[in-house]
Design a protein around this ligand. Sequence first.
Ligand code: TLP
Length: 338
Amino acid sequence: MIDLRSDTVTKPTEEMRLASYRAEVGDDIYGEDPTVRNLEEKAASILGKEDALFVTSGTQGNQIAVLTHTRPGNEILLEENSHIFYYESGAVAALAGVQTRTLPGVKGAMDPANVEASIRVEDQHFPETGLICLENTHNRAGGAIISPQNMEAIYSIGKEYSIPVHVDGARLFNAASASGRDVKDFTIHCDTVQICLSKGLGAPVGSIIAGDKNFIKRARKWRKRLGGGLRQVGIIAAPGLVALTTMRERLEEDHQKAKILQEALQNCKGIEVINDVDTNIVVADVKNRGISAEQFVIQLKEMGVLAVSFGPTSVRFTTHYDVSMNQIKEVVKILQKM
Ligand code: TLP
């Protein structure tokens, strides 16, 4: 099977497995795991923030950020297809007790003027706007890059109204790589950021949240409350460190593979690629084949390719480290046959 369901499916590399085996560990709740500390310091430095915290998943990182920034009864502003709103099982309501105010996006980017207009004024009837969330790259917008200019405009509005800005940067390194920029060109325009080690970077588990020291201190307490405080966790931080230090450079390959897929899909009868393919995600609409996304996914599976249904007639393909260029060429042949 050629697995293009998600970049979350990668298996740890030999180097990652060895790093786990050799990791120096200690009890991280006592602050005694040197491997975790090393990962957190390295991540903070790469992301241009004062401090960072290792968390178990992207969802946990985003939720800790929302919990740390807001109070129950707050309203948070976020794009209507953002992962925090769409894919985190209603956690912001269940855990932080905040309500969401979703705004439309163009390729995942919210209009800064609309963000500003949606900030609540002081009135006893209204909730207080407690947080603005961005997502970069934007998953449901097909791995779209949110430009630093858009981020800057929203961040300056956030500062003007004293509302923090959090970025769900599960795939932020894809954005940096595809736009030929340093990741700090993006992270400079937010208070806090979450990045995933276990997507394009290929680690088996883990995410990082980064921000100023005070935020990380409070976030650490939320992580503990959620049961995310771990002990000899260097064992899983070690592959994360390999991912962070050695796997960023190669993301460009995944973007090239996505372009090849895009072209092959575009040449298929009845299939239309509906995203711009900025990074490693291709979204194809199959309605003109007269079948549903689910049916198309089953047909593909019978031919040895896994993809995910992304809407009634849209299907997502995600390229990653564990799908080689030769396998992509094989997928192209399969699509030609179809
Ligand atoms: N996305 C997964 C699924 O949850 C949809 C995927 O296959 O793409 N932010 C963004 C933008 C994400 O795409 C994801 C995972 C997360 C956060 C959550 O990360 P995890 O899975 O580590 O909780």
